[in-house]
Design a protein around this ligand. Sequence first.
Ligand code: FAD
Length: 440
Amino acid sequence: MTGEYNFGSSHSSGSEQFDLVIVGGGMVGLALAVDIASRDDCAQLKIALVEATDLNPPTAVEDNLFDPRVVALSDQSRQLLVALGVWSDIAQQRACPYVAMHVWDAEGTGSIDFHCDDLHADSLGTIVENSVIVAALRRRVASFANIILMTGARVTDITLMDEQPNISDHEGQSWNLLSLDLSGTAMSIKGRLIVAADGARSQLRDLAALPVREWDYGHTAIVTTVKTQQPHQFSCWQRFTQDGPIALLPLANTHAHGSLDGSNGHYCSLVWSAATPLSEVLMAQDDAEFCAALGSAFEHRLGKIVEVAARHAIPLRQRHAVDYVCPGLALVGDAAHTIHPLAGQGVNLGFYDVAALADEIGRACKRHLPLSDYSILRRYQRARKSHNLSAMLIMEGFKRLFGADDPAIRWLRNSGMSFMNKQTFLKKQLSKIASGQAAL
Ligand SMILES: Cc1cc2nc3c(=O)[nH]c(=O)nc-3n(C[C@H](O)[C@H](O)[C@H](O)COP(=O)(O)OP(=O)(O)OC[C@H]3O[C@@H](n4cnc5c(N)ncnc54)[C@H](O)[C@@H]3O)c2cc1C
């Protein structure tokens, strides 16, 4: 736990009470806390942000040393981070806008290219390391007196208000109870509303018995940083193979003040999604073998792979909660939906959840509704669930389309991509969706 929270100091007996308890201090949980705390209507809310790990994010980035986990942020997500007052901090640390996206099919001749000029925009999106986003949001959280950050605190159990109607205050209002393991010490806190932002394997989702539809892609993503012989040209590169997509995402290897002329752009973040047996072989290779395998799998589009950092294997599963809400609790981000990384939409969808839930909480505060009012959560679910589901279905469709080895489907997919590449209007619409300028 950090110095931000002093257990026992601010309540006389029983568990400390909060209007809102956000569980999970990843990108989504932190953004939600900042979004709500920034609203004038919510200034009176007392917010607890509970994070299981006690690691502090790095205070500054190091040249040519990158977090292996990155995200491609849509323009809409970037604008949210601007509104939350963290974008300038992120851009000052390290962020790499990309101007083009090149996608091609390994099994045939289909390809499609997007360029920001088609949208009269400066970029199609921005690649940012997860730790850079988390660090900027953590600094912003520290500027709000009404957010209490508890790190090294894992939620181990919850009792929701509908299960325990007798947990109520002198006004007869209900509370949810959370049991925490604080570095080996058991404690509890109460919240009017709990938001689970605790990631893909959400423990709170399980504790609240919210069912989830889940299927295994049979894929594992290998993520790392590589250095390429040729510059990345501030473009995202994605090759679809029958085994899964391989993406090289551009990284800025100087601080944001570095020029965007492409002369310094040789570092890329790799996301190689492959059938799990193949990923095990790739993980077992030494660096030289891996660089050679990647170079050839990528048809040497960026020349040789010159260097590779430590590799990490992440099993990929798709998950979608049947309901995002139940009385007293809401799911956001990966806790509600986990999607294949092939179109880089995961955290973008999570940030759209944040904006929708913060809007509903802001509206409730304005109308002096208690946060235990279930209509807040129902409206949030209505705003987000169908959008997330359609994004997931489209990704699943892509994955199946590119995973098929039926010659008819391969022909269709190659001709479809090449056809689409020539259709200015359709391509523009696709670019808008990919960059977050249009909804799916
Ligand atoms: C290979 C790969 C590539 C990706 N690329 C992209 C991309 O390009 N673009 C994009 O938009 N998305 C991408 N994603 C998805 C993106 O990384 C996720 O959507 C995002 O990290 C989810 O953020 P989150 O805050 O919801 O969850 P997390 O980042 O998982 O954060 C959850 C937090 O909750 C904490 N926690 C967990 N359990 C508890 C508990 N019981 N008590 C207290 N705290 C707890 C954890 O410590 C953690 O800090 C990618 C994902 C993968 C796997």
